[in-house]
Design a protein around this ligand. Structure first.
Ligand SMILES: CC(C)(COP(=O)(O)OP(=O)(O)OC[C@H]1O[C@@H](n2cnc3c(N)ncnc32)[C@H](O)[C@@H]1OP(=O)(O)O)[C@@H](O)C(=O)NCCC(=O)NCCS
Length: 166
């Protein structure tokens, strides 16, 4: 299913294998500007593939954003949202918010979780604006000079919005 907000917005659609190289290219630009991910993976495409489901945002046939979601093996009511990023050239147009909402609604889970390093200031602002709450904070040793803790956010189903309405 493709979700299109309006004539100016991107198409949000499920990721396909042919998107992987372009997703990795966008991720590289995000990493260079925002240090996300904090540590660049040995194989970016494999790192992006380590998820159950993923979506991309596309403008004029080009991938400009990505998000993934995985339903918990232990509890089908819990979904973890991960690998959210938007190309620096199109930040601030609401693309991150739309991707986040689509992933959050995956599987109709009752509880959505995500982790963000404490250097992800724009991401944390976005999460709070979309109704997510800080759940816990864990110190990390792998963040070098960029990050010193991992923040876990949660969103309960009753505060989510319909992803197609945004
Ligand atoms: C977080 C991120 C996905 C947001 O994407 P986006 O498409 O710009 O998000 P939105 O357009 O929905 O904007 C969300 C808010 O952040 C602001 N924002 C996001 N990135 C920004 C940037 N680089 N500079 C200034 N403002 C930015 C937007 O203006 C907006 O603020 P507002 O609601 O007060 O207007 C994007 O900044 C990103 O890829 N960050 C690096 C990767 C990352 O940290 N991912 C999280 C992993 S857990």
């Amino acid at each position: 299913m493709n979700l299109q907000a309006d004539a100016r917005g991107p198409i949000i659609r499920p990721r396909v294998s042919g998107d992987m190289a372009e997703c990795a290219e966008v991720l590289r630009a995000v990493h260079l500007r925002d240090s996300y991910p904090v540590n660049w993976p040995a194989d970016a495409e494999s790192w992006l593939a380590e998820v159950e489901s993923a979506w991309v945002a596309e403008i004029d046939g080009r991938v400009v954003g990505h998000v993934a979601a995985t339903i918990s093996d232990d509890d089908a009511r819990v979904v973890t949202v991960e690998r959210l990023f938007v190309a620096p050239s199109v930040n601030g147009r609401g693309i991150g918010a739309r991707l986040l909402d689509v992933a959050t609604a995956h599987g109709d889970a009752e509880l959505a979780l995500l982790a963000v390093a404490d250097n992800g200031h724009h991401a944390q602002r976005l999460y709070r604006e979309r109704g997510w709450s800080l759940r816990s904070r864990t110190p990390i040793t792998w963040g070098g000079s960029d990050a010193s803790s991992l923040l876990w956010y949660e969103l309960r189903r009753n505060v989510r919005e319909d992803p197609a309405s945004g």
